[in-house]
Structures are given as structure tokens and as C-alpha cells.
Ligand binder design. Structure first.
Ligand code: BT5
Length: 326
């Protein structure tokens, strides 16, 4: 209902509209409309009130609700339902709990996460109103073997959306987005299902958009950054969120047809932070040094070890820290 009031304010081209008119249009009392206005103000909308004239929307809020992202969306089903939280422990955790009752393509977004998670239970810092912390619920009907590559679609979608706004980044297979060798985005894909049947899958994407230096804990500053820090300007989170979802749907529809990742792999190859570099391949307690050679058509990283070339499916891959992170 609050969103209806917002829509009327927006449709009114930043002009005054009376409380009575709004209340007639949405079928609510004027006191109810007033409550909406108060709630919208609380979210950050700047709304002017004038006696005898009503309400006027002066400025929209910098929040990632459906109403604010929708103008940038051109998808069929990805992001057509957005559940927006002002604060949440972790969008991935919440999405896993809700996934079975949500339609494919539903997205959960939190303005901040109090317990954001990376892979292997690591912490993911997610300060309020500064990043994109979101999870997409997916229900593809493909064997689990192919599904593990789905993270690559997320990485390429972020890369392409950044490219659309003129930001050059690199993809560190399989789940990191880097600018100037520092991490500005990461992906955590979690599956739920049985041996040969996936019920649903939750892809969590975290992008450091407008974080300032102080938002990044000191011990991460050598390896983490944000778009704002790297580009020296504030970035529109709403447009970027819409763009990521647009790019994601394009590649995901292709992938769902037959598991094809052709376009995705091409982009990964030509914008990889790993190919040609020495890498440390870590799986559990085992660490090996090798040279990242390529990414094959199945999305695996080809690494040349002393013993020969191996294709790596997923797991921990980090470039030997020579100059900086990655
Ligand atoms: C990732 O893990 O890169 C996956 C991050 C996924 C976050 C999203 S946000 C929405 C959704 N809900 C969640 O709870 N999670 C997902 P990993 O590769 O394991 O990287 C984690 C490591 O990156 C940490 O151990 C830190 O060293 C570093 N780190 C933590 N917060 C960071 C940040 N905001 N930016 C860059 N690096 C960070």
C-alpha cells in the first residue's frame, strides 16, 4: 500500500498532490496516507507538505527497493519480485529459508547485513546503504554437475554491468571481481537438494559500491576496495543493481536452455585476473603452486603444475601475493 502512495507521488511529476486525492485513489483514509508519508520519509524520501496543497516528492531515497530498481530493469523474471530489508543478518541465509516458497528469480536485498557471509563461513562486511548485498533465488532443472558453474554467470553479470557504466574490472575465477587488484565484489552460491536433484539454489552477490575507506576494516584495506574509492565518485546503486539483474537474466536464460556457457566463458577468458599468473591452489589443507593457463569450455580453470595440466572445478584459488592481493 505504501508503494501505491509512492507511485502516485512519483507519477505526479514532483508537483503537489492533495492527501484527499491520494486517499481516494488508493482507497484509504487520509490518516492512513499520512502514515505512508511518514514511513517513506523514514526511508529517506524527501517529501514536502504544504497546507492546502498536499504533498510533493522532492527527492527519492537511495534505497534498493523494487520501486527504485524497477525503472532500470528489463527482465522477464529475474528481480520481478524484490524483498527489501533495511537490515538483515544475511540475505543468503534468509533466501535459503524462503526459497521453496518463492518464485524463481525472486531477489532479497538488504541495506545492511549484520552477519554477511563469504565462502567457508568467512565474514563479509556489509555496511548500511553503501553496497549491493543481494541474493537471487534460482530453480534450474539441470544436473548438479553443471550447476556448480552457475557462479560464473554471476561474476560475468557484475563485470558487464560495471562495463556498462564505464568501470573496468577483472574477474578472478570463480567468484571475485577486482579493480586494480583489489576485491570489490564476491559471490557465494549455495545449493539445497538431494544427490541428483537440486531443489533450489541461492546466489548471493556482494558489491562494494559506495564504501569509503573507513568502512573497510584496516586489516582488509590492502586487498579490498569499493567502486567509489577506485573511481573517485559516488555510483548509482539502483541502476547498477538493475543492470546486474538484466545481464544475469540474459546469460541465465541461455544457460537454462542447454547448460551453455559460451558467451560467459569468452568474457571470463578475456578479462581474467588469473590467466598467465602463478596461482596457489588450495583445497583443504593442501596447497600447490602452478601457472593458470586458461579456462576451458566447461568453466574449469586449467592450471599447469609440475606434474602436468589439471582442470580445477572450484575450491580455493589465490594468486601468489607478489604485488598486492588476488
Ligand atoms: C565471497 O566470499 O567473496 C562471497 C561474498 C558474498 C557476499 C554476499 S552479500 C549478499 C549475500 N549474503 C551473504 O551473507 N553473502 C552474500 P570469499 O571469497 O570467501 O571472501 C571472503 C573474504 O573476503 C573475507 O574473508 C575477507 O577477507 C574479505 N572480505 C570480507 N568482506 C569484504 C568486502 N565487503 N569486500 C571485499 N572483501 C571482503
Amino acid at each position: 500500500m505504501k508503494s501505491k502512495t509512492l507511485k502516485i507521488l512519483k507519477d505526479n511529476n514532483n508537483d503537489f498532490i492533495s492527501g484527499e486525492k491520494i486517499s481516494n485513489e488508493i482507497g484509504m483514509t487520509r490518516a492512513g496516507v499520512w502514515k505512508h508519508i511518514e514511513a517513506l520519509r523514514e526511508e529517506g524520501y524527501d517529501i514536502e507538505t504544504a497546507r492546502g496543497k498536499g504533498y510533493k516528492l522532492l527527492a527519492s531515497a537511495d534505497i534498493l527497493s523494487y520501486e527504485e530498481i524497477e525503472p532500470y530493469l528489463n527482465t522477464k523474471f529475474i528481480g520481478r519480485r524484490i524483498i527489501h530489508f533495511h537490515s538483515i543478518d544475511s540475505t543468503n541465509k534468509e533466501a535459503k529459508g524462503l526459497a521453496s516458497s518463492l518464485e524463481e528469480g525472486s531477489v532479497l536485498i538488504g541495506e545492511e547485513q549484520s552477519s554477511g557471509r563469504g565462502r567457508l563461513g568467512r565474514e563479509w562486511i556489509s555496511p548500511r546503504g553503501k553496497g549491493i548485498w543481494m541474493s537471487i533465488v534460482l530453480k534450474p532443472e539441470l544436473e548438479p554437475e553443471r550447476l556448480s558453474r552457475i557462479t560464473l554467470i554471476g561474476a560475468v553479470s557484475i563485470f558487464k554491468a560495471l562495463e556498462n557504466i564505464g568501470i573496468v574490472s577483472e574477474i578472478k575465477w570463480p567468484n571475485d571481481i577486482l579493480i586494480s587488484k583489489k576485491k570489490v565484489g564476491g559471490i557465494l552460491t549455495e545449493m539445497s537438494g538431494e544427490l541428483n536433484m537440486i531443489h533450489h539454489l541461492v546466489m548471493g552477490l556482494g558489491i562494494n559500491v559506495n564504501l569509503d575507506k573507513d568502512d573497510i576494516p584496516e586489516d582488509l584495506r590492502h586487498k579490498a576496495s569499493s567502486l567509489k574509492i577506485e573511481e573517485n565518485k559516488k555510483i548509482n546503486r539502483q541502476r547498477l543493481t538493475g543492470d546486474i539483474l538484466n545481464e544475469f537474466e540474459k546469460y541465465y536464460i541461455e544457460f537454462k536452455k542447454d547448460g551453455s556457457l559460451d558467451g560467459v566463458i569468452e568474457i571470463l577468458r578475456s578479462n581474467s585476473a588469473l590467466i598467465g599468473k602463478e596461482v596457489r591452489v588450495i583445497s583443504g589443507k593442501r596447497e600447490r603452486l602452478g601457472l593458470a593457463r586458461d579456462i576451458n569450455d566447461r568453466g574449469q580453470l586449467l592450471v599447469e603444475f609440475e606434474e602436468g595440466i589439471e582442470s580445477i572445478d572450484s575450491g580455493e584459488v589465490s594468486i601468489r601475493a607478489r604485488n598486492g592481493y588476488t
